[in-house]
Design a protein around this ligand. Structure first.
Ligand SMILES: Cc1cn([C@@H]2O[C@H](COP(=O)(O)OP(=O)(O)OP(=O)(O)O)[C@@H](O)[C@H]2O)c(=O)[nH]c1=O
Length: 634
């Protein structure tokens, strides 16, 4: 059916709707979807106050509903369905969340709150793709979209993997001024009882409503339009040539800025193009086609290779980064934090930028999951509020700024670095970098802000990955602004911590200090880890240092530490965790600053080689692997 090409993508799959809502069943079956209904047993009792926004609550509830069904079916049948859809509709009056009334009095309280006012209806939706490892194999995990496709392991029984794509839709509804008599008449009709907010807009409740802004079906219980867009996003990853324009009703893509002409003509909807160009059943390499392609390949019937989605995303990755950097540089997230949601034209006015281009930037940011776009305008998503606003406690602005101003340029010289060979790779990348850094205080500060913002995320995990209370003193080599030192001093009340870093860094570190009692036990010592004698300490710490250096430098550093460290002393190394332990990788890549991380085993061997014993490994948060070794007697 022409209208439902994306729905058709689910046609050959076992699809389950994890909902007892007759409205959701009707909306989806009217759209041509074939599915089984398995109502979720998940109790809608998440702690509302722990969610920053009402929609975050709805999305999480939708996800838990779907995961509960996926897990239960997997355990029962030993075969989970391919796709489980969960949804949760709530009514929000400001921060207050209204669900289904428990009795008539409750319905009355809810309807009275809504009476004569505007409120929001949010439906959170989770699309859970289940992949049983023995069928699809570990290599089949697909990472599709730039925003909401979030692969997660679901620990149901160790064999069921799930990938959850989640989103929400908001609709604004205004109630007329209603008399008590009318409210009670409505309540006595029985209609409110199984409906969020105590009304059903699709039936008698429609008479209470003055206006609706947004998707009507979203109020009824399922945002079909957004759902189809999400399916299109998942199943029809856009081809570069399809993506020239971002339109309000299409799925924006980072290619938008590729066409720098000002003409508004010639836009194409990626969903539409995908339909025409790649909508055939057997073309894509996406997950819906994967088992069939595999079968067909085994039977020799399929000669076309899988669609290289991941590769195309990789080719576009730099555009997404540049969009993020540009938005940070323009202070877009700061403006939206203070004054959002705003329409594009108002954002442009506040930033003194070109209105057309600003709208494109905003749309792409929305596609990347950095902004939310509603009829009220653009606003920050949670992740943007948390990490992209300049003065936030967890701001990563410093990192974005440094990557844009500096790392970006370094990587444009990658070809040169690689052509000049392994020994000069560092020369081409690193020496230039160092030279520029030493030339400019501002660049040093930029670097420090970047490191500071990243270390803030991980310092606590690193400090607590092992019990370090047996050490009386520690020296953080290349400790930069002292953020890890601070965490160590806080965690271990006896510990004296030295931060050892280049003089131009220690000189500027004062600007990053927050005061507090633990500062008394922290001192900054200027010096070069490769040249100067290392301060004495029971424990040496290297946090995100080794990965930046080629093997010769790394061994030099470890051997210097090994000589300074007394028997019984320790070395704590924290580095980016490698995803797959023992995976082989090019040694040359490591010398590039975005090189492949070493595995935990490689770190263990490095420490052992330099005289450390009892080497233990732990994970620190999502990002880092931490290794602790004890210096053996020489
Ligand atoms: C505002 C409004 C809501 N609803 C229904 O309210 C229920 C919300 O509750 P839920 O918890 O999201 O779903 P459920 O019905 O408990 O089902 P389940 O998915 O199994 O939790 C859903 O039914 C919706 O249609 C309407 O039918 N019309 C409206 O105008």
């Amino acid at each position: 059916m022409v209208l439902c090409p994306v729905i058709g993508k689910l046609q050959h799959k076992r699809v389950v709707l994890a909902s007892a809502s007759p409205r959701r069943q009707e909306i989806l079956s009217n759209a041509g979807l074939r599915f089984e209904v398995v109502p979720s047993r998940f109790k809608e009792k998440l702690h509302k106050a722990s969610f920053a926004t009402p929609y975050a609550y709805a999305v999480e509830t939708a996800k838990q509903k779907a995961l509960e069904v996926a897990g239960r079916m997997h355990q029962k049948d030993l075969r989970a369905p391919d796709v489980v859809i969960g949804a949760d509709t709530i009514v929000a009056v400001g921060a207050m969340i209204l669900e289904k009334p428990v009795d008539k009095q409750d319905a009355y309280r809810m309807l009275s709150r809504l009476n004569g006012k505007e409120h929001s209806v949010f439906t959170g939706v989770a699309i859970v793709h289940c992949c049983s490892k023995d069928i699809s194999g570990p290599g089949r995990t697909l990472r599709l979209t730039l925003s909401s496709w979030a692969p997660r392991a679901h620990p149901t029984d160790g064999r069921l993997d799930t990938e959850v794509s989640e989103f929400y839709e908001e609709t604004t509804v205004k109630f007329s001024e209603l008399s008590e008599e009318l409210l009670w008449e409505y309540i006595n009709s029985g209609e409110p009882m199984d409906k969020a907010g105590g009304y059903g807009i699709q039936a008698l409740g429609g008479m209470l409503v003055e206006y609706v802004h947004g998707d009507f079906l979203n109020v009824v219980g399922f945002p079909l339009n957004h759902f189809c867009k999400e399916l299109a996003r998942l199943y029809y990853p856009p081809r570069p040539e399809d993506l020239r324009r971002v339109r309000h009703d299409s799925i924006p893509a980072v290619d938008t800025f590729e066409n720098l002409s000002d003409s508004e003509a010639g836009g194409s909807d990626p969903g539409q193009s995908a339909k025409g160009g790649r909508g055939g059943e057997q073309v894509d390499g996406d997950r819906s086609q994967a088992p069939r392609t595999l079968d067909a390949a085994l039977n020799g019937a399929e000669s076309r290779p899988p669609f290289p989605t991941g590769l195309l995303e990789l080719m576009d990755g730099f555009k997404a980064s540049k969009v993020l950097f540009t938005a940070c540089k323009l202070k877009l997230f700061d403006v939206l934090k203070d004054q959002g949601p705003l329409q594009a034209v108002d954002v442009a006015r506040k930033l003194s930028t070109c209105a057309g281009r600003t709208e494109q930037l905003l749309d792409v940011c929305a596609a990347l999951g950095l902004l939310e776009k509603t009829h009220r305008g653009y606003g920050n998503t949670e992740v943007a509020t948390l990490h992209l606003v300049s003065d936030g406690e967890h701001s990563l602005q410093g990192l974005a700024e440094y990557n844009d101003a500096h790392v970006w340029g370094v990587f444009t010289r990658l070809g040169l670095a690689v052509r000049e060979g392994a020994d000069q790779t560092r020369g081409a990348l690193g020496a230039m970098e160092e030279e520029r850094l030493s030339q400019s205080k501002e660049l040093t500060l930029q670097f420090m802000r970047a490191k500071h913002s990243l270390s803030k995320l991980t310092a606590h995990h690193v400090a607590t990955a092992f019990d370090l209370s047996r050490f009386a003193s520690a020296c953080d080599l290349g400790g930069c602004t002292g953020i890890l030192a601070r965490e160590l001093a806080q965690e271990y009340p006896r510990l004296q911590v030295t931060v050892f870093d280049l003089p131009e860094v220690t000189e500027l570190s004062g600007g990053f200090q927050r005061g507090g009692r633990q500062t008394e036990r922290i001192r900054f010592v200027p010096g070069d880890i490769f040249k100067d004698s290392l301060p004495e300490a029971d424990l040496y710490v290297l946090s995100r240092i080794l990965q930046d250096w080629p093997d010769d430098k790394l061994h030099k550093l470890l051997s210097r530490i090994s000589s300074s460290c007394k028997p019984g002393g320790g070395l704590l190394v924290a580095e980016a965790a490698a995803e797959e332990e023992g995976a082989s990788r090019s040694p040359r890549l490591r010398t590039l600053s975005a090189g492949q991380p070493r595995s935990a085993d490689e770190h263990r061997r490095l420490l052992q080689r330099h005289g450390f014993r009892d080497v233990r490994v732990a994970r620190a948060g999502d990002l880092l692997c931490v290794v602790l070794g004890t210096r053996a007697a020489p």
